[in-house]
Design a protein. Structure first.
Lengths: 483, 436
């Protein structure tokens, strides 16, 4: 059934969408036939209204925070304040050319340098790290930089190590990053409390381990009580402790990774500091380091000298360049705007309300779902739909059912260690009333599962499309509209 | 408190349900010895005061000079509709489109994006975007290593020197050999995984790389070309000259300069290499009722499924920037993009010709150029400083990127620049050189 019209279907020969300035210089001869394309690229031909109507209609097919509650575990889908967009859109920031940096025109960009220096400083204070770089363009990019710096540290001591340790509850980016920087991955299982099994960890720890990557609190929403012991054991082997800051929202203003003894941390500002997800990006993944790793920071930064801001270059041991300039600067600005408005107390309060909301959901749903690790949680709680298996209802069924009632699906089937996992992270920006409506709907889902499970496979019913055939998508690959 | 809606009554009721006495008890699982009582940060500001603070900061940046800076970041016209549409919060506050039924808007945009990139580059598959042009080139190098199972990357001397450094950083940790070479003199053999080149190159020159790609294919090595999407409105598309992987920075397609980011990276290739592509890919399929829809596909390449065996650790795309590019290319359309490219080319040719007349200045490029070219003067620092004082960012001081290019300046011309602005620049440069 053909239901979709793309820009190519809407194209009409000879139609134009934009009027450009006229050529106001004498015409020079061309580049020559050998270098020029023979026919114009087959882009669509549309009027401005065609384009505006098409994309406005497409936007209406999306769920978004401004329309829907996203109880997405591990994703921290909090509200994105509008003021941050207004700030980043100011011409003084948006029209600033990065090669002014190359020219060394620092007096022309004092405002930008000030904002970067301030962000570096406040992130140091929030995390307890010694220095920060805002150059990584996403959390995973920050992870890569972190492991590169750890690698450079071990090489500087004359020995390249072999392994990176991750728990089995970790995000996929952790092992993927370790591999990308040339390490073998050792995975440690979780214990009955959902924490990295300490004895198993101890058994695997040796002088060939370069780093231990931990998400704190972990993806089960649990704070590891033995965190200090883990750090101390790793350090006794001169392995570096890597803090995946994906879940920093739960503990900001309450406990600082640097104080515990972590050597490097990346943050996901689209989670913790409310910059928009943008439907998948851009993110920004600033990285903080301890004194030990500071010499290995990338080749560009900002320092304050008196009232002036100056560019800094990396030292002799720098890992080099990972971004041309200051990464996704416009995103850093939004994060700084958010932190400026929250201030010290607002940051602490955000963490408290995030944890309050998550625990409220856990307790309201504990009698209706299996909760494999039913203990005080942090920013998220993980349920299991396995008790519904006998009715033939899966976590995915619950997810699709929720869509029809205006709730985005929770994260399902992650973390991998929980069967039929339903991972819920409400964030601090949702009200008790919204959360109550969500919990009521979750309870109604369980009731329906027991009463008429066959209904589930028919959801969602109201979104214009229902469940996709993912196998067909791969078997009959269609990733572009043919000419 | 801003952005947290809880009333005192809400908090009391919720704590009661949980069975805790106060908010502090929510953090009982954190060891007491590790806890802190406060942060040493200022108090929060109201929105109005915060905005004023940022406005004062923005005022300390200079964005009002006539801009001839390029080097991968260009001051092109951005139609108003690009902002209006990309600022719709249904797009920018949406999550990654894992739930296809709730994300058909984003998914269709990305399918159209992939289609547009294929049409522009002459490739068969594109992913849904990378961080930026430089990291896309680095990922393309890793891709060439994976595909050929060889361990050596050659990098052309015309590649953006910053991108070159980033590629070298990525490769160094994997112990992949790399070497900077000249396409005209290079020897290719069976050890080479891929050859990375840029066209138009960083210095603005456009070359015919067909002989190179043929030579590479004889030795089963891959041709990887970094390009400037606006130039593809005029120059030969990479597909037609035998390129295997195309990368580019997408800032020029409807995105702001924003001090270098966010922008986005393009990576596209031939269908046979799709399993080695990093990042997200969108496909079209059918739903259970037989209706067409879009989904994320080929996810078995990605970190959330494959973990340490993924093609890359990348976990995002620069979605909002790719969206802006999709809208930009739809608005420009077939004729519009060709016209922007022609305007850039013609205006740049005019300026290059006028500058060539000046004494004390040499045009460095020997090949044809698109919209950028390099001049050499006796003292680039002094010239750029003088012109800045007269209201021009006249170009990039290349000596600050590469010692061998001391006193060379890279000048870019976009369709925004007028004849009057260029005449004034020529007069200003002429005046400055004369004074010396």
């Amino acid at each position: 059934m053909r239901t979709i019209e793309t820009i190519f279907d809407l194209s009409v020969e000879g139609r134009r969408g934009v009027k450009l300035p006229a050529l106001d210089v004498p015409v020079s001869e061309g580049l020559g036939q050998a270098l020029c394309r023979e026919t114009a690229a087959a882009l669509p031909q549309m009027s401005e209204l065609d384009v505006v109507r098409h994309y406005t209609n497409l936007s209406a097919k999306n769920f978004s925070i401004d329309k829907n509650f996203y109880p997405l575990g591990s994703c921290t889908m909090k509200y994105n304040p509008k003021i941050a967009e207004k700030i980043a859109g100011m011409e003084g920031f948006a029209a600033l050319h990065p090669h002014l940096i190359t020219n060394g025109f620092t007096e022309e960009m004092q405002g930008a340098l000030e904002s970067i220096e301030r962000l570096q400083s406040v992130l140091c204070e929030i995390t307890g790290m010694q220095a920060f770089t805002t150059t990584p363009q996403a959390g995973a990019h920050g992870e890569m930089l972190g492991i590169m710096m750890i690698d450079a540290y071990h090489r500087s001591k004359g020995h390249k190590r072999k392994y990176v340790i991750v728990p089995d509850s970790s995000h996929g980016t952790n092992p993927a990053t370790a591999a990308m920087v040339g390490y073998q991955v050792i995975t440690i299982k979780s214990d009955e409390n959902g924490m990295m099994d300490f004895e198993a960890f101890k058994a695997k720890m040796n002088d060939e381990v370069a780093a231990v990557m931990l998400t704190v609190p972990n993806t089960l929403g649990i704070y590891n009580k033995r965190i200090k012991e883990i750090c101390d054991l790793a350090h006794s082997h001169d392995a570096m402790m890597y803090y995946d800051g994906a879940n920093l929202n739960a503990i900001m203003g309450r406990v600082r990774p640097g104080d515990i003894g972590f050597d490097v941390i990346h943050l996901n500002v689209h989670k913790t500091f409310a910059t928009p997800h943008g439907g998948g990006g851009p993110g920004s993944g600033p990285v903080g380091v301890s004194r030990t790793l500071e010499p290995f920071l990338p080749d560009i930064g900002v320092a304050k000298h008196g009232e002036q801001y100056a560019l800094t270059t990396g030292g002799a041991q720098s890992v080099g360049k990972i971004s041309p300039f200051f990464g996704n600067y416009g995103i850093s600005l939004r994060a700084l705007a958010y932190i400026t408005i929250l201030g010290a107390n607002g940051i602490r309060n955000s963490a408290a309300k995030a944890v309050l909301n998550a625990n409220y959901i856990r307790v309201r749903l504990r009698e209706h779902f299996d909760i494999p690790y039913d203990t005080l949680c942090m920013h998220e709680c993980v349920l299991s739909a396995k008790t519904l298996a006998k009715e033939g209802v899966t976590a995915m069924d619950i997810a699709k059912y929720l869509l029809d009632f205006g709730f985005h699906a929770p994260t399902v089937y992650f973390p991998l260690i929980v069967k039929e996992a339903i991972m819920i992270e409400p964030t601090e920006t949702e009200s008790k009333q919204t959360i109550d409506r969500f919990c009521d709907r979750m309870i109604a889902a369980v009731k329906l599962a027991h009463e008429d499970a066959s209904q589930f496979k028919t959801y969602p019913r109201t979104l214009g499309v229902c469940r996709p055939d993912d196998t067909l998508a791969i078997k009959q690959l269609n990733v572009r509209q043919p000419l | 408190m801003p952005y947290t809606p809880h009333t005192p009554t809400d908090v009391t009721q919720m704590l009661e349900v949980i069975g805790l006495k106060n908010e502090e008890a929510l953090f009982d699982s954190v060891p007491a010895a590790l806890k802190i009582d406060s942060l040493n940060l200022p108090d929060g500001l109201d929105e109005y005061t915060a905005f004023a603070q940022f406005k004062a900061m923005a005022a300390k940046n200079s964005t009002d000079k006539v801009c001839f800076l390029g080097g991968g970041y260009y001051d092109h016209i951005i139609p108003a509709a690009v902002d209006a549409l990309s600022m719709r919060s249904e797009f920018y506050t949406a999550y990654t489109p894992y739930q296809a039924e709730a994300s058909q808007g984003t998914l269709q945009v990305l399918y159209e994006y992939q289609s547009l990139i294929c049409r522009l580059t002459g490739m068969e598959v594109s992913n849904a975007s990378m961080y930026d042009g430089a990291t896309a080139l680095a990922e393309a190098a890793l891709m060439a290593v994976r595909i050929t199972k060889r361990n050596k990357i050659l990098i052309d001397k015309g590649v953006n020197p910053q991108a070159l450094k980033i590629v070298q950083t990525y490769l160094s940790f994997r112990e992949i050999a790399s070497e900077v070479v000249d396409a005209d003199a290079v020897e290719i053999d069976e050890s080479v995984a891929g050859y990375l080149f840029q066209n138009p190159n960083f210095y603005g020159s456009v070359k015919d790389f067909t002989a190179l790609t043929e030579k590479l294919h004889v030795h089963k090595a891959l041709a990887v070309m970094s390009t400037y999407p606006i130039a593809l409105g005029k120059i030969k598309d990479p597909g037609s000259i035998g390129v295997d992987i195309v990368t580019a920075d997408g800032q020029c397609l409807g995105n702001y300069l924003s001090f270098g980011g966010p922008t986005f990276g393009i990576i596209a290739t031939r269908e046979q290499y799709i399993r080695d592509l990093p990042g997200r890919i969108i496909g079209k399929t059918l739903d259970k009722d037989g209706k067409e829809l879009f989904v994320l596909t080929m996810q078995a390449r990605e970190q959330h499924i494959r973990r340490q065996r993924a093609t890359s650790n990348i976990c995002s795309n620069q979605n909002l920037m790719a969206l802006r590019a999709t809208i930009y290319l739809s608005l420009m359309g077939r004729e519009g993009l060709a016209e922007v490219a022609e305007l850039c080319y013609q205006k740049s040719a005019y300026l290059k010709k006028a500058l060539a007349q000046l004494k004390g200045l040499k045009i460095v490029n020997t090949e044809p150029t698109f919209n950028e070219f390099v001049i050499e003067v006796a003292d680039a620092d002094m010239l750029l400083g003088t012109l800045k004082a007269q209201g021009f960012y006249a170009g990039i001081n290349l000596g600050n990127l590469e010692v061998s290019r001391k006193n060379q300046i890279l000048i870019a011309v976009s369709e925004k620049r007028t004849k009057a602005e260029m005449d004034q620049l020529v007069a200003a440069i002429g005046g400055a050189l004369c004074v010396r």
